[in-house]
Design a protein around this ligand. Sequence first.
Ligand SMILES: Cc1cc2nc3c(=O)[nH]c(=O)nc-3n(C[C@H](O)[C@H](O)[C@H](O)COP(=O)(O)OP(=O)(O)OC[C@H]3O[C@@H](n4cnc5c(N)ncnc54)[C@H](O)[C@@H]3O)c2cc1C
Length: 474
Amino acid sequence: MRALMWFRADLRLGDNPALHEATRRSENGVVAVFVMCPAQWKLHDDAPVKIDFLARNLRALSASLQEVNIALRILTADLFEHVPDALLKFAKSQKCNALFFNDQYEFNEQRRDEQVVDTFENAQIPCFRSTDQCIFEPGAIRTGKGSYYTVFTPFKNNWRNQVATNVRAMAALRSPRRQLQIVGMPDSIPSNPLDTPIANASRDWAAGESAAQTRLTTFIDTRIHAYKRDRDIPSIEGTSMLSPYLTAGVLSVRQCAAAAIEANDGQLDGGHEGIVQWIDELVWREFYKHILVGFPRVSMHRAFKLETERLVWTDNDSQFEAWCHGQTGVPIVDAAMRQLTTTGWMHNRLRMITAMYLSKNLFIDWRRGERFFMQHLIDGDLAANNGGWQWAASTGTDAAPYFRIFNPVSQSKRLDPEGAFIRQFVPELADLDDSEIHDPSCLPSLVRSRLDYPEPLVDLSVSRKKAIDAFKAL
Ligand SMILES: Cc1cc2nc3c(=O)[nH]c(=O)nc-3n(C[C@H](O)[C@H](O)[C@H](O)COP(=O)(O)OP(=O)(O)OC[C@H]3O[C@@H](n4cnc5c(N)ncnc54)[C@H](O)[C@@H]3O)c2cc1C
């Protein structure tokens, strides 16, 4: 057998189930392929910074694959619908007679994969699929009645039980088997596949598996124990900042969970509270991927809670633009939005605050915010992004209750008391006192007029009440 290994969101050699299988079964070499789909990526709103990160990781992957005698070849198919034919033609040209890949769960990706499998099976080429993005494949964790969970905590409890009883599920795979001979020559990787300008800050995220592993090890060795305390403070590096690596699959969720459990002396529950909390975040990631499969409508711009589709959102383009550009007059919101647009990443607590401000205080359709996030995030991931937005907008699974609306100014005072984060991203407020920086609208008008900073778009308590009334009326 000569295997064709199709890389997608799994750009690594370590703990890669499909690659492991391909190299184990193949007697006649392995050819690796990645299919560039720039038009599809644009349709999916993938951010230039995310595609740049992908391209840099492909380069690192190609170098690592050569060490085990596998050439990474690059195809371009523009749209997913062109992938099956392009891939089959390539497989035939390389004399590959089996296809290996790890599953993806977004609706369009699943449809593409089904078409690929049909096309290959019609050509008598078998396909071998593996589970990689989750520890347990979507559908494997269900309620007693056999349905998908729609609430996080029972899902998490069941997930923990399954890990406890299925230790093998947590055993990271060995490196892929080195091939005797390389088949073909690796292709060069385009440096800017979307041909659009990229935020310089994207270079702060070093590419490649060893960079990801170093980041994981450093986090586990130095910060995970304080995670529960520090994870909500945006001015410090209190979280792992591994999301871009998990999204591109440069790191597996199993590698993360296994490292955390080991640091917790084998415990999933109990032990260090910081570690347990961090494992919970990995389970949130998994929960949202299961939701994507159990409720495919969320992949198609639909609300999880269908009754919330009756909400009549405000269509205020200028307020939306102000939110996008960090000009709302609420400093913590503006600092967060500027963090997103200048670095391609945003702290989790700030994602919650900005999403709630857009969907509740401005009462703008969460889908517009979800899309803007995708267009700018280096870690843009449909399941987590949609899950987060629908949580904030109270339209999703296990969503924030509609009456519990964050006050961004109180959040700012609590989580950024000295305004360190605000000062970093909203320099026009840098000279204000700690007590003034969270809400400059309270300053005397003369002082305010000297600041090059907008007045708040809306009154927080009035807009909050309006949102609650709209939900009550459903
Ligand atoms: C409105 C909104 C949009 C979001 N969009 C995305 C997105 O596009 N891509 C993305 O990866 N995450 C998204 N998240 C989840 C979360 O904000 C990020 O995963 C986290 O900020 C990444 O930072 P970290 O790697 O330091 O996380 P850590 O706190 O170190 O957590 C470790 C890992 O767990 C996962 N994780 C953590 N929190 C969540 C969560 N709430 N939901 C799902 N997975 C989680 C991530 O893979 C993360 O890397 C979103 C959250 C909200 C509220």
